[in-house]
Design a protein around this ligand. Structure first.
Ligand SMILES: Nc1ncnc2c1ncn2[C@@H]1O[C@H](COP(=O)(O)OP(=O)(O)OP(=O)(O)O)[C@@H](O)[C@H]1O
Ligand SMILES: [Mg+2]
Length: 480
């Protein structure tokens, strides 16, 4: 009645002012203050929303009467959450009482939008007494964040994201699809030189605990690793081990699905902190012939995904962002430009089988901080495989046999993947497994020797043929 009276008697501005005034008076007399924590904050997902959801899932399981229970696809655990528009009282430090309400309201029908938004608007409403305002904003929210991180770390279900959908977004505006990440590889199962392994682990720990270091040195809190080596030497296993060691999520970036630099940037913006961003086989994801065109035009270091076809590369060479290509500079910006700092605590890992094919710009120091060579199986790495696959320690294998393995392993140039295949095949009969492995190593070593000697012969023959020709050329040069 008052509203309709106001509408007829007073003009809109007066009405607005008076409502504002009434609202202010109500606020003045209210003992509470309210905070909205919305799911989507402008363009980005609000990390605080996710943290509160996780935090409340632990207290909701104990105190809530009505809960929403979810179990993600392939997930191993059930998650508790506040039902839509339900509330829960939480106590902090024994004295500060706050009320959390999960507010879900349907979004008004969109007439037109560049990007489809979720059908519901979700958020948490936090109500606290005005006298507790300082404590809530100061230490309570920090406590919530810390607790959420702890729960996340404990929860083994980390996520593996992929951009296999191309540039399309889901209803929540995410370009990434995720599945629970359950790769069992750890640094214990990884067969490589123990000293190198320890070095990498120490580097990762320094990174994860180095927030203040990065702050004081003015560097973005990120680190790049380049893993290179032949197929089957454990590059992908190393990435999984890194994620398991630090408890980070993995974003597996499929470069062939990204068409423009701005798409690449958007993908980066939608990655969360504490994550590993991986580009596997980087030399195969990019068209090197196109990349070499940069010599013709320095401003367009363009290359297109091999699958994009010639039209894509040709059509876009002239325009960095507008066309259908990603450019080298776009990729470099992705790793260490200004945009690379739009989140914190992130690791970039590139893998390749052919380091010599990579552009020097990608390899320069500061870009990829650590180059890790994953090589053929060495003797210390072999011992790790024997332990993991057969449960053998040094003393369990005959000394002579161990020596024979040591003699032949370097020459055999077998990858850990090859060796593990031999061991898996015979794992029921451990003794047989070791002997068969020795046999396989010897065969490989002999074959390698034969290949090497024939290559040497060919080289010598070639030189012998070239020498008279070269001598003739020299003579001709002298006479001319
Ligand atoms: N260093 C290693 N330690 C333990 N297992 C290994 C190692 N390297 C390879 N393997 C075994 O071989 C399989 C293949 O290894 P992985 O996929 O990590 O190799 P990769 O270097 O990534 O190969 P590619 O270059 O083809 O991608 C793994 O599932 C793992 O079981
Ligand atoms: Mg791999």
């Amino acid at each position: 009645f008052s509203q309709s009276l106001l509408q007829t008697v007073f003009p809109a501005e007066v009405r607005f002012m008076s409502l504002k005034f009434i609202h202010r008076i109500c606020n003045w007399f209210s003992a509470y203050c309210y905070y909205d924590i919305t799911e989507i904050d402008g363009v980005n997902t609000n990390e605080l929303y996710n943290a509160v959801q996780l935090y409340l899932s632990s207290s909701a399981s104990i105190t809530g009467n009505r809960l929403s229970l979810t179990r993600g696809l392939n997930s191993s655990s059930i998650t508790f959450g506040l039902s839509n528009n339900d509330s829960l009282i939480d106590t902090f430090n024994g004295t500060v009482k706050v009320l959390w309400e999960h507010v879900v309201i349907p979004r008004q029908a969109q007439t037109f939008s560049w990007r489809p938004l979720p059908e519901e608007k979700r958020g948490f409403l936090l109500r606290a007494k005005k006298k507790d305002k300082a404590v809530v904003l100061g230490s309570y929210l920090d406590f919530v964040m810390e607790k959420a991180n702890e729960i996340r770390r404990k929860n083994q279900d980390r996520l593996l994201y992929t951009n296999s959908r191309g540039g399309s977004l889901d209803s929540r505006g995410h370009p990434w699809e995720s599945v629970p990440f359950k790769h069992p590889s750890t640094f214990d199962t990884l067969a490589m030189d123990p000293q190198k392994k320890a070095e990498i682990m120490a580097d990762l720990l320094d990174f994860a605990n180095g927030e203040s270091f990065y702050q004081t040195t003015g560097r973005a809190w990120k680190r790049g690793y380049l893993l290179y080596g032949p197929p089957g030497t454990g590059k992908s296993s190393m990435i999984a081990a890194m994620a398991n060691f630090l408890g980070y999520d993995i974003y597996d970036l499929e470069l062939t699905e990204v068409h423009t630099n701005s798409e690449l940037r958007k993908l980066l913006m939608k990655t969360s902190s504490k994550s590993i961003i991986v580009i596997e086989d980087i030399d195969c994801s990019i068209n090197l012939t196109n990349r070499k065109n940069k010599n013709n035009n320095n401003s367009t270091h363009s290359f297109s995904p091999p699958g994009a076809g010639a039209g894509a590369g040709a059509g876009a060479g002239s325009n960095e962002d507008g066309g259908n290509t990603i450019t080298l500079s776009g990729l470099l910006n992705f790793t260490d430009g200004l945009w690379s700092c739009c989140g914190t605590e992130r690791i970039f890992v590139f893998t390749t089988n052919h380091i010599e094919k990579l552009d020097p710009a990608l390899l320069r120091s500061g870009r990829m901080d650590m180059h890790i060579h994953m090589s053929y199986c060495s003797f210390p790495a072999l011992k790790i495989l024997l332990k993991n696959y057969l449960g053998y320690d040094d003393d369990d294998v005959e000394k002579q046999l161990l020596e024979q393995l040591e003699q032949v392993i370097e020459k055999a140039e077998m990858t850990p993947a090859d060796i593990s295949e031999v061991l898996i095949k015979n794992r029921r009969n451990k003794n047989k497994a070791v002997w068969e492995l020795l046999e396989a190593l010897r065969t490989r070593a002999e074959r390698n020797d034969a290949v090497k000697s024939s290559a040497d012969d060919e080289e010598q023959e070639k030189r012998a043929l070239e020498t008279p020709k070269e001598a003739k050329c020299d003579k001709e040069k002298e006479s001319s």
